[in-house]
Design a protein around this ligand. Sequence first.
Ligand SMILES: Nc1ncnc2c1ncn2[C@@H]1O[C@H](COP(=O)(O)OP(=O)(O)OP(=O)(O)O)[C@@H](O)[C@H]1O
Ligand SMILES: [Mg+2]
Length: 358
Amino acid sequence: MAEQSSLESILDDLAVPVLRVEAGSARVLFANAAVRALPFSLVPLDPTPVLDSEGVRLTPEQHPVARAARGESLEGVLFHWDTPEGRRAFLLHARMDHSRSPGVATVTLQDVSPWQRAEADLRRALGARDTFLSIAAHELKSPITVLQLVVERLIRGARRETTFSGAQLAERLEPALRHIRRLGMLVQNLLDVSRARNNRFELELETFELGSLVHEVREHFSAQAEQVGSRLEVRDCPPVEVHWDRMRMEQALGNLITNAIKYGAGGPISVQAERVDGVVCLRVEDRGIGVAEGDRERIFNPFERATSGHRVESLGLGLFIVREIARAHGGSVGLTGRDGGGSCFTLCLPVRATGEYE
Ligand SMILES: Nc1ncnc2c1ncn2[C@@H]1O[C@H](COP(=O)(O)OP(=O)(O)OP(=O)(O)O)[C@@H](O)[C@H]1O
Ligand SMILES: [Mg+2]
């Protein structure tokens, strides 16, 4: 008896739920502390439905504990339990001791929810990467096709000995230049992603006036914004000397503005800067489609997009690059929704970055 109680106290110390059930009557002979700590009762079976590995609801007779109590030996049966905190996954093992009469089933449970979640995340990340690869291939291909057409037309013209005026030549080459720029940007983004992933995002720090950068970026993107009917305005920008990588900051602010143009549904876009003590926050606001709360963190990961379906010029890299630029400056970037729809991205950086990667 003393031996049994010391065995039971050892079992009580285990983190793994262990249950001893009498075959036939399904009477619980012993349940360790881990069983009692579960968010549901095993015997009698909790009224919360139990689901099989495919998510199909099991009848009480199909419940793995009920099967074990009927004398079945079970080797890693996967099932799910819906708890108020979300779905949890368990592997159940049952061994039958036939040396007794009636027999006794020893049931152990293994909570595999963290592994299932990690697997689901991994699958999603792999899926996002596959989508990225096919979009990237498409994105790289289309400017190349246009370039090829432009060059072929010029060669045909030259063979026919057609002379082009300077203006005609410039007109014909203009689309090529646009596509070369797009190609350059794509390749730059791809390079930046691999640099950021290898922690080789080095900064070239210099001291400059913040307003000059903000207005320059606005100027650069205002025509693009106008094309989709958006007005791009700088609402507020205090005079402040910052010590940042100017080119990288242009890129980060440019990525946020490009998104506001792409997803801003033609509404007004505003850029605002604010200094609070040693930190400067840049805010880019639009009144477009916004981002659902559940997507607001993951869109900063590489290849992640909140919009479904194929969208040209959407690789899911822009925000990842913004986040890495912020990190390299010792700052951060975040997203909040706007009342009345739209997004507000806030990029906060110390006025003087040191360039020390965390
Ligand atoms: N201002 C915004 N409003 C609504 N959704 C946005 C906004 N900015 C980003 N998103 C969502 O976040 C996703 C990730 O943005 P990100 O800039 O990283 O990639 P992208 O714009 O899809 O492609 P690219 O690599 O060309 O920037 C977008 O696909 C979009 O779903
Ligand atoms: Mg983008």
